[in-house]
Design a protein around this ligand. Structure first.
Ligand code: 2RA
Length: 334
């Protein structure tokens, strides 16, 4: 069977990545409708050897498709997702709009794919925040094995997480500084080239940013345990692609490194690396895996573990997870 598909946000980095993946993974696509929330410079896209005209979402008849990928951010989701879902297609949303809505499942196929069936109610499924998807691939098996009591982490998020504006800003500022010219930040609050920005999204009253708040909320939601302590600092780094995380966690029950390795080795999509340097440049671009390396026991805590994670934020952190949701949805049991 082949499916008719709408891709809203085909003009975004994550939308473009989804377009590549649909082709690369040979998704059974009959017709593809590339959509934008507002008309811009992009008039057509190439897909499967054809040129397809880009349409505006406002005029689109959602009943023409069985699947609609929403890759254009929360405002576009707030505006059109209900309409699309009511027209009968499954909305796969990559924005933060539904991530805390209990009537919409928040799903990573390898982690809690069984919840996808709950999307039947409203015809909407949400894909988590990029760093949460990356983190859950490692935390869920460990939580099942030994119970996670606390997680302390620092995320190092590349500029592509802010879309094309972030990529352009890093490229522009790098060139300007190398040419001895001053820089004027616009996409970020401060200079990103040759620098680190320890704040992603708005800072709230308690001093944590919204990105850090989302990480805590979505982690507890996906692991199904509100008692897990999540303490995060999210940092924007001058790297184009690939999000990394320095993770320290404490388990509720003792677990040996050997048992940890054994349970991580069972997770499809997660690769445990011991003998090479895992970096965003080498492992976080055009890749489908989440890489876990530098795994070690914390010598200062009997149930503490340390590790390093890297993944392609546009793929497993966004477009790939959404496509995997579609791949699971079209399986006969759904
Ligand atoms: C970021 N979490 O990297 C975002 C992308 N969705 O800023």
């Amino acid at each position: 069977q082949q499916f008719d598909i709408a891709l809203l946000g085909v003009d975004t980095l994550v939308g473009q990545t989804l377009l590549e993946l649909l082709d690369e993974r040979d998704f059974p696509c009959a017709r593809l409708f590339p959509l934008v929330s507002e008309a811009g410079e992009l008039e057509s896209v190439r897909f499967s050897g054809k040129t397809l005209a880009v349409q505006e979402a406002a005029a689109f008849d959602w009943s023409q498709v069985q699947l609609a990928f929403f890759m254009a951010g929360s405002a576009a989701t707030a505006r059109w997702a209900e309409q699309a879902a009511e027209a009968g297609c499954l909305v796969i949303d990559n924005s933060l709009h539904y991530r805390t809505d209990p009537s919409v499942p928040l799903v990573i196929p390898e982690v809690n794919g069984d919840l996808l069936a709950e999307a039947r109610g409203r015809n909407i499924v949400a894909s988590p925040t990029c760093i949460v998807t990356e983190l859950m691939m490692a935390l869920k098996p460990l939580h099942d094995e030994a119970g996670i009591a606390r997680v302390n982490l620092v995320s190092l998020q590349s500029v592509s997480g802010s879309g094309q504006a972030g990529v352009d800003e890093l490229a522009r500022q790098t060139a300007q500084l190398l040419n001895g010219r001053p820089v004027e930040p616009s996409a970020y609050a401060g200079q990103i080239a040759f620098n680190l920005l320890p704040s992603i999204d708005a800072v709230q009253e308690d001093g944590f940013t919204l990105e850090e708040w989302r990480l805590a909320q979505e982690t507890c939601r996906i692991l199904g345990d509100d008692s897990i302590g999540v303490n995060a600092t999210c940092v924007r780094v001058p790297v184009f692609f690939g999000h990394s995380q320095v993770v320290h966690l404490e388990t509720r029950y003792p677990v040996s490194l050997e048992e940890v390795r054994h349970c991580l080795a069972q997770v499809p999509g997660l690769t445990l690396v011991d003998d090479e340097l895992v970096t965003p440049v080498t492992h976080g671009v055009n890749d489908t895996q989440v890489y876990l390396s530098r795994l070690r026991q914390d010598p200062t805590h009997p149930q503490g573990l340390d590790f390093w994670l890297v993944t392609d934020n546009l793929r497993k952190g966004g477009a790939l997870n959404c496509l995997q949701l579609a791949e699971a949805w079209i399986q006969p049991q759904h």
